[in-house]
Design a protein around this ligand. Structure first.
Ligand SMILES: [Zn+2]
Length: 337
């Protein structure tokens, strides 16, 4: 894996936010800070179509500062920006979300309201967002699930409020659905949708054959291994989905990766394989204790965790249990490759 933007890596080296970065003649990457500390920023990609309209991929985390950053970037790249309203925002003709997380599409509603462009996402993300807008956590079901996982009674309270609820409660209406093979409506571009479930069920990558670019969202990232199954419960196993999705991008190994976080890079095949291998190592660790540990809690307690098993609490602990359950389910349903 090789970083391909010195503008991005130089800034990262100085501990600064990467500046607006020209990826191609008509493609820019804008780093948008996000809270939480795990990752400092996500990337918004701006595509300037042959008609001068701008298509926005993943508008980023919703904050006033990010809104100012986005409008400044739009004003810079939309040459005919009028002085009315937010500069450059009028030029936005479409919005695409790679997946439902708020560090990617949190600002989609604000952008849509300002420019009138439609937000397009995969149908499964749309449905997950719709379910979220009506569902409240059922405390009885939450406690039953924790009991089923073998969580000791005295630890259930701290977890019950978070169980069965997505990590972040973004509520967002999606206007248009995208499916595998669809083309984004950007004049002068042929960007096609590559369905890559795993991180979330309706995650998608975007492939630009003319420019040799693959917008990877959170499917493959240069600096961290993406978590899986983070878009709500699904009938299929997220790890099984993820391994298939890694295979799906290998034909584009020579493309430059434009990821959702980190920096642009080449060597996509090596990095994608590394991400898959990281998950399989975990699955093997789980498989080794599966017979002796009948519960999710017992299995998780036997695994190695960065914070240490005893250091896990609240949401972190819940996340560890969810990932353990996913790996147990994967081993049982699919075996180890
Ligand atoms: Zn994500």
């Amino acid at each position: 894996m090789h970083p391909t933007s010195t503008r991005q890596t130089d800034a990262i080296g100085r501990g600064e936010l990467p500046p607006l970065d020209r990826v191609r003649d008509d493609v820019w990457a804008l780093a948008q800070p996000m809270p939480g500390g795990h990752l400092a920023y996500s990337f918004t990609y701006l595509l300037r179509g042959a008609d001068g309209g701008i298509h926005v991929i993943d508008p980023g985390w919703d904050s006033d500062a990010n809104w100012d950053r986005l409008t400044a970037a739009l004003a810079e790249i939309a040459p005919g920006a009028s002085g009315t309203g937010a500069p450059g925002v009028d030029a936005v003709t479409g919005i695409t979300g790679t997946h439902l997380h708020p560090d990617h599409v949190g600002m989609a509603a604000r952008l849509r309201a300002a420019c009138g462009a439609q937000l397009a996402m995969h149908a499964l993300e749309r449905r997950a967002l719709e379910r979220r807008s009506v569902r409240r956590t059922d405390p009885v079901a939450a406690l039953a699930r924790l009991e089923e996982w073998g969580v000791p009674e005295e630890r259930r309270g701290e977890l019950a409020q978070d169980v069965d609820r997505s990590p972040e409660g973004l509520v967002l209406a999606v206007d248009e659905e995208l499916d595998d093979g669809d083309l984004l409506p950007v004049p002068g571009f042929r960007i096609s949708v590559l369905s890559t479930p795993g991180h979330t069920a309706g995650h998608l990558c975007l492939r630009d054959d003319d420019r040799g670019l693959l917008f990877t969202g959170d499917h493959v990232l240069p600096t961290v291994f993406p978590g899986l199954g983070l878009g709500g419960a699904t009938p299929s196993n997220p790890l099984a989905d993820y391994l298939a999705s890694v295979e799906r991008i290998l034909p584009y190994a020579r493309y430059e990766a434009a990821p959702g976080h980190g920096y642009r890079f080449t060597g996509l095949d090596a990095r994608a394989t590394e991400c898959a291998e990281h998950q399989l190592t975990r699955a093997r660790e789980v498989a080794a204790v599966l017979e002796e540990e009948p519960t999710v809690w017992g299995t998780a307690s036997r695994l190695t965790w960065t914070a240490g098993w005893n250091g896990l609490q609240g949401f972190q602990l819940l996340s560890a249990l969810s990932q353990t359950e996913m790996h147990r389910d994967f081993v049982r349903r699919h075996g180890l490759p």
